[in-house]
Ligand binder design. Structure first.
Ligand SMILES: [Fe+2]
Length: 219
């Protein structure tokens, strides 16, 4: 069968079964419904960037002591709405230390700062779109007299050609998740995309996977 006859036969078969070009487009768009929901930047995005911003927030250069708190390894893939990995995306993360305090002049909390914690990191996704970092589970903190923010990690993910994403990662099973106004501003489906299940590995280290989906800028 020549190419033209093959195409016509298959095209009419697709049309007969109701499979049209819009279905083909939809199939290519399979990650569109996975796009990561946005969350507020919050008041504690770092103003001054310390020199150290590597992917290990638990260890500062020259410090013998490590950060206090429960160690956790977080990794994930950054992809677009067509499920294609995004290489060299910039992933920034910032968070409170074990006590729930940020290293930021706007944080008026009286909780202790951890002088051995890095508070911020900046990474690039690798050739497969993957990022990973090592940190501690942040403490919950009081956002107002009647509002405790659950442990969460702030993210900003950006790359030219894509819509920048600001969001927050949450830990499943945390009691303050239920009452948090910021997390619960999302729909149930959206919440599932930012709440991560953490599991212990055979060394007892908590590990979690947070995949991120960015939208391409329309041409
Ligand atoms: Fe926060």
């Amino acid at each position: 069968m020549n190419n033209r006859r093959f195409f016509l036969k298959n095209f009419s078969l697709l049309t007969l079964t109701g499979f049209t070009s819009s279905h083909l487009l939809e199939a290519a768009n399979t990650c569109k419904n996975k796009l990561t929901p946005k969350q507020s930047l919050g008041p504690f995005y770092p103003e001054k960037f310390k020199l150290e911003k590597d992917a290990d927030l638990t260890q500062l250069r020259g410090h013998k002591q490590k950060a206090k708190g429960r160690l956790v390894h977080i990794s994930g893939n950054v992809q677009d709405e067509f499920c294609k990995p995004i290489v060299n995306a910039i992933v920034e993360v910032w968070q409170a230390c074990y006590s729930g305090r940020y290293n930021h002049p706007s944080d008026t909390s009286e909780e202790a700062l951890d002088p051995h914690f890095q508070y911020y990191a900046m990474m690039k996704t690798d050739s497969k779109g993957k990022y990973s970092f090592k940190t501690i589970v942040p403490g919950a903190y009081k956002a107002s007299p009647n509002w405790m923010r659950p442990p969460h990690i702030h993210y900003k993910v950006s790359l030219r050609g894509y819509q920048s994403l600001v969001t927050q990662l949450y830990f499943s099973g945390e009691k303050f998740n239920r009452e948090d106004g910021i997390l619960n501003s999302l729909t149930l489906e959206e919440r599932k995309k930012v709440i991560v299940d953490f599991k212990k590995d055979n060394k007892g280290v908590l590990k979690g996977n947070f995949n991120i989906f960015l939208k391409k800028h329309s041409l």
